[in-house]
Write a protein that binds this ligand. Structure first.
Ligand code: KG4
Ligand code: ZN
Length: 352
C-alpha cells in the first residue's frame, strides 16, 4: 500500500509518500520538508499564528511535490494520513483539514495520526524493529520515555516536568546570544569549551523516578552567565560545554534506569532502546546513550537525523501501520493541541 503523510504540527510543512509491503517492510518514496525557520527567526521562537499561515501558503505545493518525486498520482494512494495532534492547533488544523478534503475528494480512507506515535514507530520503518521497545523522545516540544508495546499500545514511563530538552538547548542559546534553533549552535560552542569549568545542577537525578526537569539547569546557566558578564567567546563556549555535559549526563542516567526497568518488567524479550527527536542529533547525548545501551546489553536504534526530526514520512508510516490493522478515522475527527500517547483514544479498538 502507498500512503500520503502530512505534518504541520510545528514549524515544518512536510509531506511524504511511503509504501508498506504486505510483510511489514517500508520504503520512503518521497519526503519533502520545508522549514519555516527563516520566518520565525526575528522573533526568537515559533510564532503560532505565523506558522499556521505559512502552512496554508505552502502545504499544497509540498504535497504536489511529494507526489511528483514519488512518481505517483494522489488518486492512486491507498490512504491519506495527517498529524491530528499534539501541536500548535492552528497548524494541526491546516494539515488535518487538507487531509480531510483530499480524503473526501479522492474517496480515500483518512488516518488521524498522533505526532508522538509517528516518532515512536519510525524505527520500524528504518530498522524493522520488532515490538516491544523503549523509546526516548527528546525534541523541542517533548522529553519522555515510552514503552512501545504495539501500534496504539503505549506506556509513558516518565516525562519532563517543565521544559523539553530541545527547548532548554534553545533557551540556553538565546540567553547566550546564539542563533535558533539553539541545539546545533550550543553543540558547536560546547566542542570549543571546557565542560569542567562550570558544574551545573542535575535536577531530580537523586530521585528514583524516570521524569526530567530542565528549567533549573537553564536558570543555573543564566545565573552563571550573569555573574561573569560581559562574556568572552571562551566564556560562551565553557557555559555551553557545562550545560551540554549536564544534559547528556541526565539523559544517560535516566536511560540506564529506564533500561533496567525494561529488563525487569520484560525479562524474556531483548532490551531495545530507540532515540527520537531533534536532540538525538547531539553527539554527547548519543555517546552517553551508546555507553548505557552497551552496558545493559541492549540494542540502540537512532534513526537517521532527517527522520528523527519532524517529517512527513513518519506520519505516512504511522498511517500505514494503523491502516494495515484496519484503523481509520471519520472525517469528523478533531484536531488536538494535547494528546498524550497513553490516552484511551490511541487504542486500536477505539478506531472506526
Ligand atoms: O524533533 P524536532 O525537530 O522538533 C520538535 O520539537 O518536534 O526537534 C527540534 C529540537 C530543537 O529544540 C533543537 O534545538 C534540537 O532539537 N536540536 C538539538 C540538536 N539538533 C537539534 N539539540 C542539541 N544538539 C543538537 N545537535
Ligand atoms: Zn516532533
Amino acid at each position: 500500500m502507498q500512503i500520503l503523510g502530512i505534518e504541520t504540527s510545528c514549524d515544518e510543512t512536510a509531506a511524504a509518500i511511503v509504501a508498506r509491503d504486505a510483510d511489514g517492510g517500508g520504503r520512503i518514496l518521497s519526503n519533502v520538508v520545508r522549514s519555516q525557520l527563516a520566518e520565525h527567526a526575528a522573533y526568537g521562537g515559533v510564532v503560532p499564528e505565523l506558522a499556521a499561515r505559512s502552512h496554508v501558503a505552502h502545504l499544497d505545493h509540498i504535497i504536489a511535490r511529494a507526489a511528483r518525486e514519488a512518481g505517483v498520482e494522489l488518486a492512486g494512494v491507498d490512504a491519506i494520513a495527517a498529524t491530528a495532534g499534539p501541536g500548535l492547533i492552528g497548524g494541526v488544523l491546516v494539515g488535518l483539514t487538507t487531509a480531510k478534503a483530499l480524503a473526501a475528494a479522492l474517496d480515500k480512507p483518512l488516518v488521524a495520526v498522533n505526532h508522538l506515535e509517528a516518532h515512536a514507530l519510525t524505527a520500524r520503518l528504518t530498522d524493522r524493529l520488532e515490538f516491544p521497545y523503549l523509546m526516548l523522545l527528546v525534541s523541542g516540544g517533548h522529553t519522555q520515555f515510552v514503552l512501545v508495546r504495539g501500534v496504539g499500545a503505549y506506556e509513558r514511563w516518565g516525562s519532563t516536568l517543565d521544559d523539553a530538552l530541545g527547548e532548554a538547548f534553545d533557551k540556553v542559546a538565546k540567553l547566550l546570544g546564539l542563533e535558533q534553533p539553539g541545539g546545533p549552535q550550543v553543540e558547536k560552542q560546547a566542542a570549543l569549551g571546557d565542560p569542567a569549568r562550570f558544574r551545573f545542577p542535575r535536577p531530580l537525578l537523586g530521585q528514583d523516578r524516570l521524569d526530567f526537569s530542565f528549567s533549573g539547569l537553564k536558570t543555573a546557566v543564566r545565573m552563571a552567565a550573569e555573574d561573569i558578564a560581559p562574556l568572552s567567546e571562551a566564556d560562551v563556549a565553557d557555559l555551553c560545554a557545562g550545560f551540554q555535559a549536564a544534559a547528556a549526563e541526565i539523559v544517560a542516567v535516566r536511560s540506564r534506569a529506564a533500561l533496567a526497568r525494561f529488563k525487569a518488567q520484560l525479562p524474556t524479550v531483548p532490551a531495545q532502546l530507540v532515540a527520537a527527536g531533534g536532540v538525538a542529533a547531539n553527539q554527547a547525548t548519543r555517546l552517553g546513550l551508546r555507553q548505557v545501551a552497551e552496558e545493559a546489553g541492549a540494542r540502540l536504534v537512532v534513526p537517521p537525523l532527517a527522520l528523527c526530526t519532524d517529517n512527513g514520512a513518519m506520519v505516512a508510516w504511522a498511517g500505514a501501520e494503523r491502516l494495515a490493522l484496519g484503523a481509520t478515522d471519520g472525517l469528523d475527527v478533531a484536531a488536538k493541541a494535547r494528546w498524550p500517547l497513553d490516552s484511551a483514544d490511541m487504542r486500536l479498538t477505539h478506531a472506526a
